[in-house]
Design a protein around this ligand. Structure first.
Ligand SMILES: [Mn+2]
Length: 385
């Protein structure tokens, strides 16, 4: 049995420009803490390696002090780190890819004996050759999975890959198909590039995105994780383990209630307000001039959270029956859903849920019908990279 810890997309040094400066600083410190948590997890589990599937840094321009701090965490961890640079080749943009100014070309990496970077396609052997770890830096227009020959004496074969799984046809940046995953024959493919934990195993080959060890934005994993991967003969076990410090919660609340009630609804989902970033999307119907003051009131009521952002852009004035021409699809659609909403009575036990669903259908449907939203926007709400 061999264990490894898989992470990716750490994005150390990210600016978090939407946050006030002092809070952005704290989230960057949490990213560093998450990296220490990853190392601690690997030590506690006796993992043979930490695999970083690209984007360890947010940018090749990472300040020298940040790079030294990261190297110090790795050096002191006592764990072997195998690091695939992010996408982007010579002369190409890329978070921490192998451009001329690549963060991995800095001399200081030579002093970190337990950091192993895939500067080209190659294989590293660990556990006295029992485990082979393959990687190939992603370059546009080229296959993303490593093709280097396999040593049949190794018991387990793992590939690191920074790519986009083609779960649908329009995905084009560093594409990786399910057929390629299945044909690769690896025991495990450690994927990076998408910031949300998800499985993309294909016909017997186990493949996962680990998401981010510290969450970077809303609508991804609420809390950052690493994947603890246990390889046994004929079996691969993948378990998420929390490494993140902050929780990111995004929620849509109907404005039928007052600001205190809205805040209470949001807070019922928050266990540690001081370590939670909350985004509240207000939905529903208000008089046009009331939207800004309602947003401010909700923000004040949630001041006990680490950070709170209230999005009032989805609020809309009451639908006027005359807005859409009679007989048009929009008028029929709005009329149908409004009639259904009117049928829900206060003593209906599932009324709140039904009201939320119907209101969301009304909002999204009318946005689609009026062209404010495209079907692609709806897709993106489901799977985000
Ligand atoms: Mn990334």
């Amino acid at each position: 049995m061999v264990k490894v810890v898989h992470v990716g997309d750490v994005h150390l040094g990210r600016p978090f420009g939407f946050l006030p400066r002092d809070k952005a600083e704290k989230v960057r410190a949490a990213q560093m803490a998450a990296l220490r948590n990853v190392a601690a997890l690997a030590r506690e589990e006796g993992a043979a390696a930490v695999l970083v599937a690209g984007d360890l840094f947010d940018s090749n321009e990472a300040p020298g002090r940040l790079v030294r701090d990261v190297q110090e965490i790795i050096r002191q961890s006592g764990v072997e780190f195998y690091i695939l640079p992010g996408a982007g080749g010579e002369g190409l943009e890329g978070h921490d890819g192998l451009a001329r100014n690549s963060v991995y070309r800095r001399e200081s990496w030579r002093t970190v004996e337990n950091a192993h970077v895939f500067m080209e396609e190659r294989v590293f052997y660990v556990e006295r050759g029992r485990l082979a770890i393959y990687g190939r830096p992603s370059v546009p227009g080229e296959p993303v999975l490593p093709r280097v020959a396999r040593d049949p004496r190794a018991l387990f074969h793992i590939a690191l890959c920074h790519a986009s799984v083609q779960f649908k046809s329009e995905i084009e940046d560093y594409p990786l198909s399910y057929d390629e995953i299945a044909a690769s024959g690896y025991d495990y493919v450690a994927l990076g590039h998408w910031h949300k934990r998800q499985e993309h195993s294909s016909r017997g080959v186990t493949a996962w995105y680990a998401g981010c060890p510290e969450t970077l934005e809303w609508d991804r994993d609420p809390r950052g994780c690493a994947l603890l991967v246990t390889l046994e003969e004929g079996r691969v076990l993948v378990e998420p383990r929390v490494t993140g410090e902050f929780t990111w919660i995004s929620t849509t609340v109907d404005v039928a209630g007052d600001p205190a009630g809205i805040a209470a609804t949001v807070l019922s989902r928050v266990s540690d307000p001081a370590r939670t970033l909350v985004r509240v999307k207000l939905s529903g119907v208000v008089p046009a001039e009331g939207a800004a003051s309602l947003a401010a009131d909700v923000e004040r009521a949630l001041a006990g959270t680490f950070y709170c952002s209230v999005d009032a852009s989805r609020l809309r004035p009451a639908l006027e029956p005359g807005r859409f021409p009679p007989g048009s699809i929009a008028a029929e659609y709005a009329g149908l859903l409004l009639a259904r909403l009117a049928e829900i009575t206060a003593d209906d036990p599932s009324g709140d849920r039904r009201r939320r669903i119907l209101t969301a259908a009304l909002d999204k449907g009318l946005q689609l019908l009026t062209g404010e939203m495209t079907p692609q926007d709806l897709d993106l709400e489901v799977i985000l990279q």
